[in-house]
Write a protein that binds this ligand. Structure first.
Ligand code: PLP
Length: 347
């Protein structure tokens, strides 16, 4: 099967930079960013900081580093971080909060990926010589493992208030905050307001080949700069990558609405196949979780069978598979994806 015949819905990270993005990268003015000399990186950092209404931003190679830099910058070993059970920072970043920053990770449960302000309040430990010090709260929006669910600014504001009142640092893993912004119409600055720090990624739905940013106050970013160096994230003429991020902001943000409508087509189509269930009301952005238990096969077999027909998705649980739409997949391909699944599994 030729590459162009494959419909790759494994993740929104599988996109390839198009000719125009590559041109922007090739033409970017660059300098040594470890000296702070790269004008394209500086432009991206300033632009992102302004978009989110924060004082400063720091370019990192990955979302993982953008998150972990935050914890390492502010935390002391023996502190505790509260996060949702299925979150990325604790489940998919190789125990980074514990390994890098000596943090105890405590999980809060939720239906949609978002715990309540009351849950945070109830989880704060007494301040004594026995307990870890509850100090950081982390939220993920949109939430990957909960199928791209969107957190409302009202829910976030309530949690932010508990954090403020109890001297807790509030961090957002906003790898896909762009999708939340487009789906809800809430501005990026409004989303960012209650948070002390954020991590945002340009390499998910935005289509850049790599690049993320940590955001916060000028003082925080000054310190985070040292930690980035410690993590080996000091890069040199990296404006060629930052240029892809600037291009993505100009060209790939508003089109995320297409990914969301393609995800709906996919979700409704898959849900119409006997043996597959998609909770349609939970499809809010570009991620579709399909429960295939009714087909009587394992997710592994499902993934293998459809991959032989040129359709790629990933196993995402004991009976679940995940499909993700992105800028390299069209509406027609999503319709075709449903037909392929029907063809494979309809009796
Ligand atoms: C919600 C979330 N946060 C953080 C990351 C980490 O990003 P990276 O793969 O660039 O380290 C991902 C990666 O997919 C993610 O889905």
């Amino acid at each position: 099967m030729k590459n162009q015949d494959i419909i790759d819905l494994r993740s929104d990270t599988v996109t390839a930079p198009d000719a125009a993005m590559r041109r922007a990268m090739a033409e970017a003015p660059v300098g040594d960013d470890v000296f702070g000399d790269d004008p394209t990186v500086n432009r991206l950092q300033d632009r992102i900081a302004e978009l989110f209404g924060k004082e400063a931003a720091l370019f990192t190679p990955s979302g993982t580093m953008a998150n972990q830099i935050v914890f390492k910058t502010i935390a002391r070993p023996g502190w505790e971080i509260l996060c949702e059970r299925e979150c990325h920072i604790a489940n998919y970043e190789v125990a980074g909060p514990a390994a890098h920053s000596g943090l105890l990770v405590s999980f809060l449960d939720s239906e949609r990926g978002f715990f309540s302000a009351q849950q945070v309040f109830d989880a704060i430990r007494p301040k004594n010589e026995h307990c870890p010090l509850t100090k950081i709260v982390e939220l993920e929006n949109t939430h990957n493992r909960h199928g791209g669910s969107v957190c409302s600014p009202e829910e976030i504001a309530e949690i932010g208030e508990v954090c403020r009142d109890n001297d807790l640092h509030f961090h957002l893993d906003g790898a896909r905050i762009w999708n939340a912004h487009i789906a809800s119409g809430v501005s990026l600055a409004e989303y960012a307001k209650p948070f002390d720090t954020l991590a945002v990624c340009l390499s998910k739905g935005m289509g850049a080949p790599l690049g993320s940013l940590t955001l916060g106050t000028r003082d925080f970013i000054h310190e985070a700069h040292r930690i980035r160096k410690m993590f080996g994230g000091g890069m040199r003429q990296v404006g060629i990558v930052a240029a892809a991020g600037l291009y993505a902001l100009d060209n790939n943000l508003s089109r995320l609405a297409d990914d969301h409508s393609n995800a709906r087509i996919l979700a409704e189509g898959l849900n119409s196949v006997d043996g597959i269930v998609v909770e349609l009301e939970r499809v809010e952005t570009n991620i579709v979780l399909a429960d295939i238990a009714g087909l009587g096969i394992t997710p592994e077999t499902f993934v293998k069978k459809i991959s032989e027909r040129g359709l790629l998705c990933v196993q995402f649980g004991k009976t679940t598979v995940r499909f993700v739409t992105h800028l390299d997949v069209s509406e027609a391909q999503c319709i075709k994806a449903v037909e392929l699944v029907k063809d494979c599994f309809s009796t």
